[in-house]
Design a protein. Structure first.
Length: 173
């Protein structure tokens, strides 16, 4: 960083040394989630500009002392080699902290009525009924349904802008 002949001054960096060794991501984890993170655990990594499916890592170290001001822990993650990674890039790690049962449905079945999310549900006679639902987290082309529909109910996919309420719809497998 310093030009030849420049006077060195205290606290001013002269050069930066980069290592050829594998890179690490250092992530801060909230104390409420640290109990589910273990050394050797696999994780997916998200870095802007790098395709997500190419990045993964392994927890190398969980620093045992929390930062007293933020109540978070430092986790060091060894990154899998990639030609698209460079020292100094910013990223985040995604950790699976548990599982739960959920009802998933295609996003394409959701109809917006004002600010309400709705779906068309078919009754036993194939008659469509508009029902308000509460959506949860998206999962790719699917979305979690928190309330308003039960497992096993038949839905109308791709209803478009048509009002199908009260109309007979033939179900297709």
């Amino acid at each position: 960083m310093a030009d030849p002949g420049t006077m060195a001054a205290p606290g001013v960096p002269l050069l930066q040394v980069d290592s050829n060794s594998p890179l690490q991501l250092q992530a801060t984890i909230d104390e409420s989630a640290i109990g589910s993170i273990r050394k050797g655990m696999k994780t997916s990594i998200v870095i802007d500009g790098v395709p997500k499916d190419e990045l993964s890592g392994t927890v190398a170290e969980v620093v045992p002392a929390a930062d007293p001001s933020s109540h978070s822990f430092l986790v060091k993650i060894d990154l899998a080699p990639s030609t698209q990674l460079h020292a100094g890039m910013y990223g985040s790690a995604e950790f699976a902290t548990g599982t739960h049962q959920a009802i998933l449905m295609p996003r394409s079945a959701v109809v917006l009525r004002g600010s309400l999310s709705c779906i068309y549900v078919l009754d036993a006679n194939g008659i469509a009924q508009l029902r308000s639902i509460t959506l949860g987290a998206p999962q790719g082309e699917m979305v979690e349904v928190l309330s308003g529909v039960s497992a096993g109910e038949k839905l109308v996919d791709l209803p478009g802008d048509r009002d199908l309420a009260g109309k007979r719809i033939e179900a297709q497998p």
